[in-house]
Design a protein around this ligand. Sequence first.
Ligand code: PGA
Length: 259
Amino acid sequence: MKKLLIVGNWKMAPNTAKEAVKIWKPIQKTAHNLKHVETVICPPAVYLAHLGTLVTDRNCVLGAQDVSADTDVPHTGEISAPMVFDARARYAIIGHSERRARGETDETVAAKLRTILSYPLSPIVCVGESVRDDSGAWVRELKKQVKTIVSGLTEVQLARVVIAYEPIWAIGSKAKRSATPSECRDAVGVIRQIVADILKSDTVAQSMTALYGGSVNPENAIEFLQDGGIQGFLVGRASLDAKAFVQILKVAETKAKKS
Ligand code: PGA
């Protein structure tokens, strides 16, 4: 069975490399001993190279929070896929809603995905609707995102893609609530169906790793793993709290052991 994938997105924190190491160490210590969970920490890019020297095994690895669609062009302030790979990152998040809010489009995310796939990096592609109501508009919004981003990819390429379902309304401290496991399962079903339609085959669509992100914490993690149709999490706030994140890792390990 595939391992569960638990990803921590530290966003624009902490403020010093010293604090970054302090959060990383206890997480790595726990992650190192888990047989059924792969842990990925996505720190701010300035900490990647240093934390990269602390990586000891595949159980706890690093990811970038974003990469440029371009390589080898002059782009002030941007970071490229080969750079993050050289800093020992093995994953890269793209399309996070906080970047989309600053103008990133599905087309840009599609270009970034193709770049990442030409390096030995695993892409974590964030998708998710802005509003969830009974109108069904959320399904159209989600379908459009996924179609634009993954259309044209081959089965081999899509098998490497991790999809993170991140409903925008459920993310961050302003969110009123997380999604429910059944809302998550429905959305992940929509995503898998689009992939199946594109590939005209169900195999990769069903086996792709899907994550849930949006107000995940040690208390709600188990419900999502049981009923959310997902194989892991993309965790924001709780990943900066080493204790809380370690608890999420343990919940995932226990759940995976039982199934
Ligand atoms: P949150 O963030 O866990 O703080 O809601 C999730 C995310 O932005 O990926």
